[in-house]
Design a protein around this ligand. Sequence first.
Ligand code: MOS
Length: 705
Amino acid sequence: MTTTTPRSVGSAMSRVEGLDKVTGRARYASEYTPRDLVHAAPVQSTVARGEIRAVDIDGALKCPGVIAAIWYGNAPRLAPTDDPELAVLQSPRVAYRGQYVAVVMAETLQDAREAASRVRVEYAAERHDVELRADHPGLYRPDQVNPDLPADVEQGDPDAALASAPVVVDATYTTPAEHNNPMEPHATVAEWDADGLTLHDSNQGASAVRDTLAPLFGLPPAHVQVISPHVGGGFGAKGTPWSPTVLAALAAKQAGRPVKLTVTRQQMFAVTGYRTPTIQRVRLGADAGGRLTAIVHEAFEQSSTVREFAEQTTTPTRMMYAAPARRTTHRLVRLDVPTPSWMRAPGEAPGMFALESAMDELAIACGLDPIELRIRNEPDTDPESGLPFSSRNLVACLREGARRFGWADRDPTPGVRRRGRLLAGTGVAASTYPVYRRPSQASVRAEPDGWFTVRIAAADIGTGARTVLTQIAADALRTPVSRVRVEIGDSALPTASLAGGSMGTASWGTAVVRACEALVDELDRRGGDLPAEGVEASADTTEEISGQQRFARHAFGAQFAEVGVDTDTGETRVLRLLGVFAAGRIINPATARSQFIGGMTMGLSMALLEESVLDREFGDYLNHDFAQYHIATCADVPDIQAFWVEEDDPHLNPMGSKGIGEIGIVGTAAAVANAVHHATGVRVRDLPIRLDRLVGQDMFHGSSP
Ligand code: MOS
């Protein structure tokens, strides 16, 4: 051990697998092709609700290259599960259009697809109900919302406070269903042998896939191995396994050969989750000086009949601003739709669109600058729990952002900045995301050749996880990064939590640091005497995390947007986006910047483009590809900048870091919508801000709608 090794955390280390990726050596799940491979092509239901009467696979079985075809009538049985979404081909019930109802295995993908098109399914179709409405008779209050929070919270008397407030904003905002659409669709190569099941799978956590699949197939977890070294994005859609992974394993069992199942882009719109649409009513009461006296935020959302997924839409409203009276609620309705799930800052992204739009409306109603309004409502402690914040630097983000963006000389008058055909405007919104940490295990070995090998079943879904873990381990070992090898992406490695909830690095990093500390102690004890087989140490953070002190732990940020709205076409362009974040210690400024601007781009995409359109007749989402489901590209973001403020928070984890994967998304859509209002005088409360929501509106008379 040297005592003068450079500190790696905080430096812009390049991705350790960068060369592998640009040279094509990095292999993704569907690129794994074992001998005797069979290709699987699933069949999707064409009705949104009903029962399968009969399935005729004879036509498919006669096709060239076909090996087998299974449906609920002849599929291998799975053990009962508390996630019916995974009980694929186990029941004749159809719960949503596009649900997998059969699968064909063949020698080539073309053969499998051709044969799958010959499978005839006869349904007893039932009337479906797929439309979310705030007055739907099926609405109910879920027991809790994600991850384990109360559905409703009420403090004080918000109705009385609203009734007596000098200034009131009462507005309803909607956000559409949105599909995750990572660049790499889900894919699984499943292979059975005498020992059990091996999956090459694209996911956000190999340990979780193993632990979910093993009991379904009646196997101990040690007999399932999930291998996922490289993952081309997940955005929440790969946070939990879905039916395709189970179907691949089922098909391989039936075929007696390895099976590859790649989910098509089209199929992703039904079988791998999406963000629930939301209807949100926000009521804010304030005194003439803009101090909030009441906050009421009610959310209406959907889940499927298969499984309850209760998104935590109004929870950020519980900790953002001080107000003596407050109510936040969630109502769900179970519809005949695909099951919604985690997607890109679930809860926070749609919830903060509503809250931060309403705050902008309140600032205008009070004649206050929107930054000043937020500063006046800054709480000392978490308004709901009364707990101290471990750190809270929202105000610093707003001030630093205002300085960098050039907010000071902004004229608040809407609809007056003409640039040729464009009306220009600027907007601001706050951003937040909770700081979570989950138990993980890690091991580290001092190798006789002077290297250190760190092992943990973490997932790098494109974020740079492998790289930052290398940096974290190097510092904990007091060694240069060039001596550290990190092995991740395999369930055979020590069990780790998900790459999700912006908690990967905090969770895995804690385990890695503790394992490294234990190894350093052990090496010190040995006085530099390293046996031929090396020395290994490991850690499990279960106790450390369950015993952590209670604090309100959240990251904060401020988003600034400048837009131009074409007064002829109604088209909105974001001319400039700038975000400032307070997210603890930034471990790698290069990968962190990429995460922040990536998140902000997703927020821009949410503001202007992304929308899954429901077809009421067929009960399915109409758009099934990138031609119809638009996602922002580089051309949509000519000028995007991310900065962060120094934050030294001792109450987080050994690295002092907060999660940064999702906070860039949160607040961006409201900043854009607020800028559109500033530009045009039109308040768009329904995302996305399509041109038809602006054209024909009175864009030239500045005042509020
Ligand atoms: Mo993210 S939606 O928490 O994977």
